[in-house]
Design a protein around this ligand. Structure first.
Ligand code: AMP
Length: 221
């Protein structure tokens, strides 16, 4: 069945723990140990913190690169929106992100870190690598074909954006939960439980995207 929107996968924290472990195993098998980790905000932060634990690293720093706008929509070129925070001079540094898609974010982050931080060595790690990405990280948990991965730390943000796109795509202002379930399958191949959907609905009410509280319908504000 041809989808009306981007194919999405909903990941949970067990998936993340598993991919992070696979990534760390490859790092350990290569007999390399970073002195410091730089997490790329926002997508790489949770993974970066997990790698600190898995690799026994105490120094965790940050850099921010912005690239993708609303869920699964590219926002022009990658931009460095917050420079490197932390002292990495002379250190072996692991730069950590969630996924390499176009790879522009990691390319930009690594260039910036090498230029400004004067590290001894820089290597990169992601949970997932999309086959064909221009940037291939030194280490990654799993290689996948393109889909929009809905990370557990971005669940409400992504679902809100995807549901807003459904309202727009269908040119409607109101949906029942069963109608929304059908659309989420048709647009993004997403299947959610009633409990997950009711939490998303409460979140969208909180953000004032839809009327809140509403009993059965999802009604645009
Ligand atoms: P990129 O510069 O295209 O490699 O991607 C930059 C960032 O956008 C990634 O670190 C993710 O946080 C997010 N992103 C890009 N592509 C995807 C995807 N297919 N699924 C989930 N997040 C993505």
């Amino acid at each position: 069945m041809e989808l009306k929107g981007p194919l999405c996968y909903v990941l949970d924290y067990d998936d993340i723990a598993n991919y992070a472990y696979q990534t760390a195993k490859k790092i350990k098998d290569s007999e390399w140990r970073p002195d410091a980790i730089v997490g790329i905000a926002r997508g790489g932060w949770v993974h970066a913190r997990i790698q600190c634990d898995l690799l026994g690293v105490k120094e965790l720093f940050s850099v921010k690169v912005s690239h993708w706008g609303v869920t699964a929509t590219k926002d022009g070129k990658a931009k460095l929106t917050c420079p490197l925070v932390g002292d990495i001079e002379g250190k072996k540094v692991l730069v950590v992100d969630d996924i390499t898609d176009t790879g522009e974010s990691l390319t930009m982050a690594v260039e910036h870190i090498e230029e400004t931080g004067k590290p001894k060595e820089v290597r990169t790690a992601t949970l997932m690598h999309i086959a064909g990405s221009k940037f291939v990280p030194d280490y990654y948990g799993v290689e996948v074909t393109w889909a929009w991965e809905i990370w557990p730390w971005n669940f409400y943000e992504d679902l809100t954006a995807l549901i807003m796109k459904i309202f727009e795509g269908e040119d409607i202002k109101e949906l029942t939960t069963p109608q929304l379930k059908k659309h989420l399958r048709e647009y993004n191949n997403i299947v959610l439980s009633d409990e997950q959907l009711s939490k998303v609905k409460a979140h969208m009410g909180y953000l004032e995207k839809i009327e809140y509280p509403q009993d059965k319908v999802w009604k645009l504000k």
